[in-house]
Design a protein around this ligand. Structure first.
Ligand SMILES: [Zn+2]
Length: 63
């Protein structure tokens, strides 16, 4: 079963241009997450099974 969990990032979660994987804690850059859909320990390189993506939420406020 596919379980989706959303994590809202705050300033403390980001370091330089990446973040710590909410599943395993490995630091991964945003560009790697966008390119591979996983953290640096994901896929064939490690044991993390989390699938990651980065969404940007746009809020249009009424004038
Ligand atoms: Zn991970």
């Amino acid at each position: 079963m596919n379980v989706e969990r959303r994590v809202r990032l705050t300033e403390g979660d980001t370091m330089e241009s990446g973040l710590r994987c909410p599943e395993c804690g490995t630091y991964t850059t945003f560009s790697d997450i966008i390119t591979t859909g996983q953290c640096r320990r994901g896929g064939g390189r490690g044991s993390c099974e989390a699938r990651l993506r980065v969404d940007v939420v746009v809020e249009n406020r009424p004038e």
